[in-house]
Design a protein. Structure first.
Length: 81
């Protein structure tokens, strides 16, 4: 099953499941770091090859959905690196 035209992979689904939590934690850097550390440890233990380039369009779509009042084209452009 595809997500935004990308082939869904286990790691991508796992990351999407916690993405809203990560967005919520951006106002609390220590809590965000803890969530990211736990996610990184879990993903490192479970997945060999992670292609984050495939995740970028999915991440941008998720941010548009999770932050509809604050997300703008300026944010979108900032992520185009």
């Amino acid at each position: 099953m595809g997500i935004m035209g990308e082939e869904a992979e286990g790691w991508m689904q796992e990351l999407l499941e916690v993405f809203s939590v990560l967005v919520d934690r951006t106002s609390k850097p220590a809590a965000l770091l803890e969530e990211c550390d736990l996610l990184a440890i879990n993903m490192n233990n479970r997945y060999q090859n992670i292609n984050f380039d495939k995740f970028k369009p999915v991440m941008l779509a998720a941010l548009r959905s999770l932050l509809p009042k604050t997300w703008s084209t300026t944010h979108e452009t900032a992520w185009e690196w």
